[in-house]
Design a protein around this ligand. Sequence first.
Ligand code: 4AD
Length: 455
Amino acid sequence: MEAMKIQIVEDASLPKASRIKIRQAGESVATRVKVSGWIHRLRVQKGLVFIVLRDGSGFLQCVLSGDLANAYQTSTLTVESSVTVTGVVNKLPEGKSAAGGIELVADFYSIIALAPSGDDAFTNKVAEGADPSLLLDQRHLALRGESLSAVMKVRAALLRSVRRVYDETHITEVTPPCMVQTQVEGGSTLFGLQYYGEEAFLTQSSQLYLETCLPALGDVYCIQESFRAEKSHTRRHLSEYTHIEAELGFLDFQDFLSHIEMVLTKSIQYVLEDPVAGPLVKQLNPDFVPPQMPFKRMEYVDALEWLNEHEIPNEDGEKFKFGDDIAEAAERLMTDTIGVPILLMRFPLEIKSFYMKRCADDPRLTESVDVLMPTVGEITGGSMRIDDHEELMAGFKREGIDPATYYWYTDQRKYGSIPHGGYGLGTERILAWLCKRYTVRDCSLYPRFTGRCKP
Ligand code: 4AD
């Protein structure tokens, strides 16, 4: 009854509160501020109500006491309700654990919108330890959690850092189309679509378009969604992923490898230096070891030898032999055992794509590379490209691809062909490695994989 009577009113004699975002709270100690957000956590203890408020820019503990704690309105509060809290930012004594060592001592607050309680309560929707597929159905709510939102912030910083590295190296950003009529990485993973009565696909890679940009714009890159109709359920395959791709002209294989190392090393360095993302990586992956140049280089044939020596079998359960694909499990076991980034190079022609240039000293091999990182395995694939017209045509023939629809691509070899190479970085795979996530699904906003296209 008492609580019903208590009305929460703002004391007009207090100094005017300035509106801030939580990230600014540290600079607002001893001033009266107003912060809006969602109730991330709610706890009542000894007549005090503790709210951890979240606004996307951070978390802030707010304390309600006296009438504020006892008012009826306060008893209706639920997790994920949106509120505006007004009060003075207080620095906590050393050792108190609120985020940032500060809290907001509230003198007034208002409810913007209450979230449901009971069966529909937020905590019932995204219960910790719930079945992953249920959590994926509730992805829109699960994103509000600390880990997922932290990964998304690191993701934003990674894309920003990659763009910064390319900008510093004078590589121009382009935006190739996603609706295409050509394949890049094999017909079996193409997503088809009807395009005004013609057959078309969702792009698997923007590589071919990037190659055509070299004579027009010089070195180029893009950050674009790629689509793969992957049949297998694995922890590192998505049906749609954010593909960072670059294409560089007038360089040899060694220059190419050094460039990839540089882009990865610098991008990670910039993420770790970022004031928001750096601490989040530390929180998600305290033991993360930033890559150091030069990376360990390993040839495909030496990898086979390593795998055989360590009695890791191929997909048929036998010893590896030349021409075998090194499948995901074996690749990851090798990378985790070696424990450092590896540039795995010079794969056989027959297990790689039609456009890859052969090695001058061994025509069975290609100037190709996969970058392998501990815990996830391959995060990057790339190669030097065939620059001879006839050889490229032979590549199409070998793969059973009709070159007619590729005229715009093969024209590159006709009108001033040059030595060039490029690569693709899997954004979600880099994040899985950087943020120590078990699966790339945790690194995509709304992951798409076999059987999942919602929400
Ligand atoms: O090795 P991939 O297939 O290479 C290409 O697409 C080249 N055309 C790129 C280029 O040279 N421009 O893919 C490149 C990277 C992989 O190393 C991996 O990190 C990521 O893209 N990737 C995937 N990530 C998530 N889900 C999938 N299904 C992926 N397929 C490839």
